[in-house]
Write a protein that binds this ligand. Structure first.
Ligand code: SF4
Ligand code: SF4
Length: 222
């Protein structure tokens, strides 16, 4: 899933300064699961803004809506119905959701309330780990299901660097060495032999270094 975290309250206040009719738009998918921008976080932010505005004597209307998936146009009709009379939308979705709303409502400012951080998973309660950089040419099948691009701090493909010690990465002792994880996983699978082959240089043409990417599925085009 896409993992994000809510921006600091002061930054949100600064983005909203001057707007009097604000629609807070949450997203019911990834950012809800990582507690950054679902319906509960929308309600908390609305309440924080209300209290801060009352204290400062600022008069502003703050309404709420949570869209099942902000990155899909068909779900945005819900927001369209709630939009009447607002002078800005603050989106609590990931960057894709914010841009989808901005494209759908070009006459309205659409502001982000969340910092989109990475593609990852819930490791344990309250801790999310990055495990995919969307490189467009997945090599997990050759590395025991552990991503060398993401889980190794240097994105090494042919074994660990000289700094790997006691299972942790030299970059940060709180980070497990991705190559230790690859080795342990392949050992458990009885597939350590795959490490005897030299991995050729990765073709990064499918990654994002050439600019924004697109995926075209001819079979899905109407
Ligand atoms: S190899 Fe690429 S697509 Fe596969 S998990 Fe790693 S970054 Fe993601
Ligand atoms: S210590 Fe391990 S994870 Fe860190 S850069 Fe070296 S090989 Fe990669």
């Amino acid at each position: 899933m896409i993992v994000g975290e809510r921006k600091p309250f002061e930054e949100i206040q600064s983005l909203l300064r001057g707007y009097k009719k604000i629609l807070l738009a949450g997203c019911g998918t990834c950012v809800k699961v990582c507690f950054a921008g679902g319906d509960k976080e929308v309600a908390v932010l609305a309440s924080q803004l209300g209290i801060a505005n009352n204290k400062a004597g600022v008069k502003a209307r703050i309404d709420q809506v949570t869209i099942e998936r902000q990155c899909e146009n068909e779900f945005i009709d819900e927001a369209a119905r709630a939009l009447n009379g607002h002078d800005c939308i603050m989106s609590m979705a990931c960057g894709a959701g914010v841009q989808m709303l901005a494209a759908r409502f070009p006459h309205l400012p659409v502001l982000p309330a969340v910092n989109t951080t990475f593609l990852g998973l819930l490791d344990k309660q309250g801790m999310f780990l990055e495990n995919c950089q969307g490189c467009g040419d997945c090599v997990l099948g050759r590395f025991g299901g552990v991503c060398p691009v993401t889980r190794c701090s240097k994105s090494l493909f042919n074994g660990p660097c000289g700094g790997s010690a006691s299972g942790v990465c030299e970059i940060d002792p709180s980070v497990p060495c991705g190559w230790q994880e690859i080795y342990d996983r392949l050992k458990a699978l009885g597939r350590l032999d795959t490490l005897e082959q030299t991995e050729p240089p990765k073709n990064w043409a499918s990654a994002r270094h050439g600019g924004p990417r697109k995926l075209i599925r001819e079979d899905n085009i109407l």
